[in-house]
Design a protein around this ligand. Structure first.
Ligand code: 6R9
Length: 571
């Protein structure tokens, strides 16, 4: 094991004494920071937006600094409060009620944030989708959630299923369009007519706020359900882990279709009234460094896949920009390679702080804090108020340095409260009082956690979770494909890539055109990140006697590893 250690950065931090805090902290202490602790009136939209809009010193402060290649905009807390009130009124006019699922299929834009908080203000549940989704991915999520309304743009409308979704009553269109049916609601028109005053729907801490769909190893994507109570942990981790201060300019590069883009791209900074940078458009090293330079970003939360691309672009683009505003850098989504940390020290003269958590956990759990030593390759230690451990398959803790299931003692404030409509799925995460993450890891003698891999077949490609089952299902919809098996194959830049094996139906011959056609079919049906980067034709797909695809065997073959126990392999 690499025993290189990087000492804490000099300076004072919001959380200076981790060990002491860990011993004395209780979540009840954190609740005192919220007005609902006294008033009993709860809504995330109040704590993240309206509270600042009501504060004369804060209302004209920039909440959002938005830029994309063709648009630039500043939105203050006061403006965001009014815009989201207007949208809440638009929803009210349509009869939207507390608990309804309102889905969002939008590019990153100022309208995203106004409509998002409008949804929360009326007590409905927001379901943000990745802009990159294609029709099948959008359909699966709208169908399962029984969403009654979708907010999208005319550009994306072509990927919205228009039939067989009986619950989907209305579609709000943001932008010029020619739709005439009363199924469509014109955003500009309705917003113009809507009042900027709205009576917030006060909800219970345990009421639903947000659903993020995520992939598992079997079945369709599952709806991970989060409640308003999660704010307690977003607030705490923004203070300790993001180390946010009043005058920070914060940039989280994640898309709000991903939990990082909501928990840390929306809630964490705004619960503290901190200015939040949002960038539309594609990744390029110049554009990213340019964003830090232009807005004087001081706290930056990004992902290994982007950092690895920055590393390969070298230090020349770094030198072209003034990055001296940066004070604190963090990463999430995949293992953070020690080389990337070493590079961060050279390029920015800063440590890059790895953080570990999941869609299901709602907020950061295991982290590297600025006041602590970093052991490159380690995810760090649990935040105060959270107990993490390594357990065996029966939920018994194992000694240090022994590999097992990375597990968290339930509950914690931001934990999912259900899997939408699948109680048995939700229950299956918990063993013996532990939430079992599906990751394997070990803990060293000093309490640092080290990630080892996924225990299931879920693929992590460029930080995006891809379920092999979804891709396999799509592949066999192609007329040429008889059977399919999908694995994650290690890749230096993307972490893993999606590799698919297929057998062909009678009458089809292998050709480059056919392979490309199958790839495109998945891309157009699901999304670009789910499309197999490698596709191989086989005579047969290995399966168990009960008919389950043996992905592990495909992977061993692919990597030239021993195949292990194949006793259940079908003849
Ligand atoms: C927030 C988020 C969760 C899975 C998780 C693990 C992987 C996340 C990581 C990490 C190693 C880290 N993962 N952070 N692996 N080191 N710091 O990523 O949510 O998309 O649900 O993914 O991602 O495998 O189980 P989500």
């Amino acid at each position: 094991m690499d025993m290189q250690r990087i000492p804490a950065q000099d300076g004072t931090y919001n959380l200076q004494n981790y060990e002491k805090m860990r011993k004395t902290f209780s979540w009840d202490d954190m609740k005192k920071h919220f007005s609902w602790n006294d008033t009993g009136k709860v809504n995330m939209a109040y704590e993240a937006v309206d509270r600042h809009a009501e504060n004369p010193d804060k209302k004209d402060k920039a909440a959002l600094l938005y830029s994309s290649p063709d648009r630039e905009e500043k939105v203050t807390f006061g403006e965001l409060s009014k815009k989201s009130n207007q949208f809440a009124n638009v929803l009210k006019k349509q009869g939207v009620e507390k608990g309804d699922r309102i889905f969002m299929f939008l590019p990153r834009s100022p309208e995203f944030y106004a409509t998002f908080f409008g949804i929360l203000k009326i007590g409905a549940i927001a379901g943000p989708l990745f802009e990159a989704f294609m029709e099948q991915a959008v359909r699966d999520r709208l169908e399962d959630s029984e969403a009654s309304m979708l907010i999208t743009t005319p550009d994306l409308l072509g990927r919205v299923p228009q039939d067989d979704l009986p619950d989907l009553k209305k579609i709000v269109l943001i932008g010029e369009h020619n739709e005439t049916s009363d199924k469509y609601i014109d955003y500009q028109q309705e917003m113009k007519e809507a009042s900027t005053d709205f009576d917030m729907e006060w909800v219970d801490l345990e009421d639903g706020m947000l659903i993020h769909y995520t992939s598992g190893s079997t079945g369709k994507p599952k709806g991970v359900y989060h409640v308003h109570n999660a704010m307690v942990q977003h607030y705490a981790t923004a203070e300790w882990v993001l180390d946010l201060r009043e005058d920070d300019v914060y940039w989280c590069t994640a898309d709000p279709g991903w939990v990082t883009g909501t928990s840390y791209g929306i809630f964490a900074p705004w619960l503290h009234g901190v200015t939040n940078v949002v960038r539309g458009g594609r990744f390029s090293p110049d554009a990213w460094y340019g964003t830090i330079d232009k807005y004087n970003v001081s706290v930056w939360y990004t992902a290994p896949t982007a950092l690895r691309k920055l590393v390969s672009a070298g230090t020349d683009p770094v030198k072209k920009h003034d990055l001296s505003s940066l004070r604190h850098v963090m990463s999430v989504g995949e293992p953070l390679n020690p080389e990337v940390i070493t590079w961060g020290l050279q390029a920015f003269d800063l440590r890059i702080h790895d953080t570990w958590w999941m869609t299901e956990t709602g907020a950061q759990l295991i982290v590297n804090l600025p006041s602590q030593e970093i052991r490159p390759g380690s995810m760090g230690k649990p935040i105060p108020g959270v107990e993490a451990s390594i357990v065996d398959n029966e939920g018994n803790e194992v000694p240090p340095n022994q590999m097992g299931n990375l597990a968290i003692k339930a509950p914690w404030p931001a934990m999912m409260r259900k899997i939408w409509k699948r109680p048995e799925k939700y229950e299956s995460y918990f063993i013996n009082g532990w939430y079992v993450s599906g990751d394997s890891a070990y803990m060293d003698e000093d309490g640092y956690f080290w990630f080892q891999g996924r225990l299931d077949d879920v693929i992590n490609t460029s930080g995006e979770r891809v379920g092999p089952f979804e891709v396999e299902s799509k592949l066999i919809e192609h007329p040429a494909v008889a059977e399919s098996g999908v694995i994650g194959k290690p890749d230096p830049e993307r972490g893993e890539i999606v590799k698919a094996f297929v057998t062909l139906n009678e009458g089809y011959e292998e050709s480059d055109d056919l392979l490309e056609d199958i790839r495109q079919f998945v891309k157009n049906g699901l999304s670009a990140h789910a499309a197999p980067r490698e596709l191989e034709i086989k005579d047969a797909i290995p399966k168990t006697r009960s008919g389950k695809i043996m992905r592990r065997l495909l992977k061993s073959w692919e990597l030239g590893l021993p195949t292990g126990d194949t006793s259940t392999l079908e003849e």
